[in-house]
Design a protein around this ligand. Structure first.
Ligand SMILES: [Zn+2]
Length: 325
């Protein structure tokens, strides 16, 4: 065991109590981490900006780095406000150097392209040292969504129960649990047997203040539920969190639903949160070089949980996701 720990660039267990900032870097990729060390106990890892145009996670975690000075912290909290720095500074979802989507690159490779190396660094240096994991996402610049939290169903019942409890801490968000999908941060956590969830905020190129507040409350509840902090934490709203469990791996695969039938100008006919019927018109794509207008109809009935906000579309871009919630 000790030889494994010695391979870490920063062994979390070896840090003295207090707040530490560490940069993890190798082979031209890296990220900054804030580490609150309180002693033995759970190690919670939270990051933002797996995708570079998602700002809620970075804003929340950067604010925590400035202001959060917990007393009585049992265990360790590690926050990486911006995991994918290349994509973040380019203001785009994927890394500009190789076009790689970090949420499809896990577990990565030490000697792969930039995105694969970043995935490998995060997996081997931080996921390998934590006991619980939360990945903060949003719809980014090109989409808007109905905020939710979710996880990959785990065959180990204890891991799965913990995931459900972590997701329930984000009580203001609805919950979407589904089967394994490869390449995600959560896939790497799943392979390591770690309870892991993600949270999706509204996005739309900015930060909704209510999302930031709800994210903050959710994270604080997690700290109390994992007993990293004593006491009960922020009170949850009344009523049950809406919970959707699917066995269909494609259901929550956001990039495949209602693909644009052509390059052109997208005009939505629905709004985020609306309930619509199967066959109802969700929007249209007008080609630029012809007078063709393609109407796009709902593949299923349900609620609009994600909608394309960027009006320029390429053939195949996802326009809308519907879920039975
Ligand atoms: Zn994302």
């Amino acid at each position: 065991m000790e030889s494994t720990v010695a391979a870490f660039k920063c062994s979390l267990r070896a840090l003295p109590p207090g707040l530490h900032r560490r940069r993890f870097a190798a082979r031209g990729v890296g990220f900054d981490a804030w580490i609150w060390r309180g002693g033995d106990g759970p190690v919670l890892l939270v990051n933002g900006a797996t995708h570079g145009d998602e700002y809620e996670g970075p804003a929340l975690l950067r604010a925590w780095a400035e202001t959060w000075r917990p007393e009585n912290l049992r265990g360790t909290v590690v926050a990486v406000p911006v995991l994918n720095e290349g994509a973040f500074f380019a203001g785009q979802r994927c890394h500009p150097a190789d076009g790689g989507n970090l949420a499809r690159a896990f577990p990565g490779r030490a000697r792969g392209a930039v995105t694969a190396r970043l995935a490998h660094l995060f997996d081997t240096q931080l996921l390998a040292q934590c006991t619980h994991y939360i990945d903060l996402h949003s719809a980014g610049a090109a989409y808007e969504l109905l905020p939710w939290t979710g996880y990959i169903v785990h065959p180990d019942a204890a891991v799965d129960r913990t995931q459900r409890a972590l997701a329930a801490a984000f009580a203001e968000f609805w919950c979407w649990a589904g089967p394994f999908l490869p390449g995600r941060t959560l896939s790497a956590a799943h392979a390591r047997g770690l309870p892991a969830i993600y949270v999706e905020c509204r996005g739309a190129g900015g930060i909704a203040p209510t999302d930031l507040e709800n994210l903050d409350r959710g994270l604080r509840r997690v700290l109390h539920r994992l007993r990293l902090l004593p006491g009960a934490g922020p009170r949850a709203p009344r009523g049950q969190q809406h919970f959707r469990l699917t066995r269909d791996a494609d259901e929550a695969h956001l990039q495949i639903h209602h693909p644009a039938p052509a390059d052109g100008l997208f005009t939505p006919a629905v709004t985020v949160g609306a309930r619509i019927r199967r066959g109802q018109w969700v929007g249209q794509v007008a080609e630029l070089g012809t007078d063709a207008v393609h109407r796009v109809r709902a593949e299923r009935g349900g609620r609009v949980v994600m909608l394309r906000r960027q009006r320029s579309v390429r053939r195949g871009d996802a326009l809308c996701t519907l879920a039975p919630v």
